[in-house]
Design a protein around this ligand. Structure first.
Ligand SMILES: *[C@@H]1O[C@H](CO)[C@@H](O)[C@H](O)[C@H]1NC(C)=O
Ligand SMILES: *[C@@H]1O[C@H](CO)[C@@H](O)[C@H](O)[C@H]1NC(C)=O
Ligand SMILES: *[C@@H]1O[C@H](CO)[C@@H](O)[C@H](O)[C@H]1NC(C)=O
Ligand SMILES: *[C@@H]1O[C@H](CO)[C@@H](O)[C@H](O)[C@H]1NC(C)=O
Ligand SMILES: *[C@@H]1O[C@H](CO)[C@@H](O)[C@H](O)[C@H]1NC(C)=O
Ligand SMILES: *[C@@H]1O[C@H](CO)[C@@H](O)[C@H](O)[C@H]1NC(C)=O
Ligand SMILES: *[C@@H]1O[C@H](CO)[C@@H](O)[C@H](O)[C@H]1NC(C)=O
Length: 427
């Protein structure tokens, strides 16, 4: 999920500085430039096994998002959370919440280890993408306070984890089965240390990496490994791409340089070996790619790019929800032209071609539009360019689930492996 925390984070930082008597450690700058964030190279972590967390897939219309239970408070209360590389916080609904749907709610009054840090509400946390493939028509906000409590997951535990407790929720949260969100952003993304980095700093993890195995088409059987790599989940060797070295790129999250985009269909007489170009002829697939397990689609940097792309594929692909950003075509014709889409991701000669299978082009029948199926690339609500006018794509779970991925926030790189398919837990 993409979260815009512009105004809210300033308050978090200011408040946490006043609250230094709590055990939370506060980095001096929350928006460290990528140079500051770039630490010296350490060892290769690939021999460390880590702690496996079984994930469930929210399998609705298409494979969307992966989640698990966590425990919070004393005695522990259990809530489910979406594991999200696109946001930095642990965010849960308070028992006061009256627009949190059927979600389980956290009761701070029932936890002896609960501590409120920031009673003033942070009302400007806004979600730019939601849990479903349906684009949000406008960013949605949640109203939350900042608190500390004990959080555990499996055999791992943080006694004083900072988290946001929300008294009102973004409406898109109601549509998903998970009660909350657990951010896996880079350590430089926020002043509030996320659960993963709390675990790493407390010495409970063997290595500062986490790894996702998200097999497509299954509700059960996905796995997140905290602090290691599960070698049974991929075949061959991992290939690594460094995160973007461009100044400030990492402020956007887990970001790779995107060099080009290709599309082809084996049955087309001339499969494209030329990159996707803008209508003016420039390389329209070049820019930055935010890797976000919490976004269930691919988002182009602007509407024009999506339009030019779809014009190359088929005239049958049209905007399907007014100006909200979804595109689609008649379900019974889409297989005639669904292409294999390839992104060239990584810096310089390290770049790799990473492909979406043809089958992921069709996101399924669009709610409210019988016979019309959504296609994988959405237009953004607002054009997405960084401070240097570089186009910013969001590469969501459809591409990330096609590979075994290893996320290293210290050496600032992503490892990619070929998925190992087992004989089918929960097939
Ligand atoms: C949130 O946004 C509103 C409207 O944009 C603004 O008036 C308010 O000051 C912001 N609040 C915080 C906490 O930044
Ligand atoms: C599946 O998605 C549809 C459309 O977004 C929604 O109305 C429905 O509640 C979802 N079902 C489940 C079980 O999540
Ligand atoms: C949580 O909700 C309760 C009411 O149930 C309220 O008294 C309390 O202030 C809320 N706590 C936070 C931290 O928002
Ligand atoms: C708190 O715990 C008590 C005792 O188990 C329970 O009766 C009550 O419903 C809980 N309160 C909330 C708000 O969950
Ligand atoms: C993996 O890497 C090792 C060591 O570099 C090499 O010997 C081996 O051939 C590689 N395996 C594959 C499948 O590429
Ligand atoms: C990616 O694929 C395109 C089209 O086949 C090819 O021209 C290009 O060299 C490939 N790039 C890399 C980094 O493999
Ligand atoms: C894209 O532009 C490049 C550079 O101008 C050109 O070499 C290439 O042929 C174009 N690709 C297509 C598919 O038109």
């Amino acid at each position: 999920m993409r979260v815009d925390i512009g105004a809210a984070i300033t308050i978090l930082l200011a408040t946490l500085q006043l609250a230094t008597t709590t055990q939370i450690k506060i980095p001096l700058n929350f928006r460290s430039s990528s140079n500051q964030a770039r630490l010296p190279q350490h060892q290769i972590w690939s021999n460390d096994k880590g702690h496996n967390v079984d994930l469930k897939d929210w399998f609705n219309r298409t494979d969307n998002q992966w989640y698990s239970d966590i425990s919070i408070g004393t005695p522990p209360q259990t809530l489910s959370v979406l594991w999200d590389t696109g946001s930095p916080f642990l965010l849960l609904p308070n028992n006061s919440c009256n627009n949190c749907g059927d979600h389980r709610l956290f009761s701070p009054g029932n936890s002896t280890t609960f501590t409120a840090i920031q009673p003033q509400t942070l009302d400007n946390i806004s979600f730019v993408t939601g849990p479903d493939a349906i684009p949000l028509s406008a960013p949605q906000g949640a109203t939350c306070t900042e608190n500390v409590d004990k959080v555990s997951i499996g055999d791992l535990m943080v006694p004083d984890q900072a988290f946001l407790l929300c008294n009102s929720y973004a409406s898109m949260m109601n549509e998903q089965p998970m009660d909350g969100i657990i951010g896996l952003a880079l350590p430089s993304a926020t002043s509030v240390k996320s659960l993963f980095w709390s675990l790493w700093d407390s010495g409970q993890l063997e290595s500062p990496v986490f790894s996702f195995y998200m097999p497509t088409g299954k509700i059960e059987g996905a796995e997140l490994t905290l602090g290691g790599i599960d070698e049974s989940r991929y075949t061959g060797n991992l290939s690594y791409t460094d995160l973007s070295p461009r100044p400030y790129a990492l402020d956007l999250g887990w970001v790779l340089d995107q060099q080009a985009m290709y599309f082809e269909k084996p049955s087309w007489s001339h499969p494209s070996t030329q990159p996707f170009n803008s209508s003016g002829g420039g390389n329209a697939g070049q820019g930055l790619a935010i890797l976000d397990t919490g976004t269930a689609f691919i988002q182009a940097p602007d509407d024009e790019t999506a339009k030019t792309f779809y014009a190359e594929i088929s005239p049958l692909i049209m905007p399907i929800d007014g100006s909200h950003g979804a595109w689609g075509a008649p379900c019974n014709q889409i297989s005639d032209f669904e292409p294999k889409i390839t992104f060239t991701l990584g810096t310089g000669s390290q770049a790799m071609n990473l492909s979406l299978p043809e089958s992921s082009f069709n996101l399924g029948e669009y709610p409210g539009s019988p016979g019309i199926c959504q296609t994988i690339i959405n237009s953004p609500g607002i054009p997405s360019f960084d401070d240097n006018d570089t186009p910013v794509w969001i590469i969501g779970s459809p591409l990330l689930k096609a590979y075994y991925t290893v996320w290293d926030g210290i050496n600032l790189k992503i490892g990619w492996g070929s998925m190992a398919f087992d004989s089918g837990v929960g097939q």
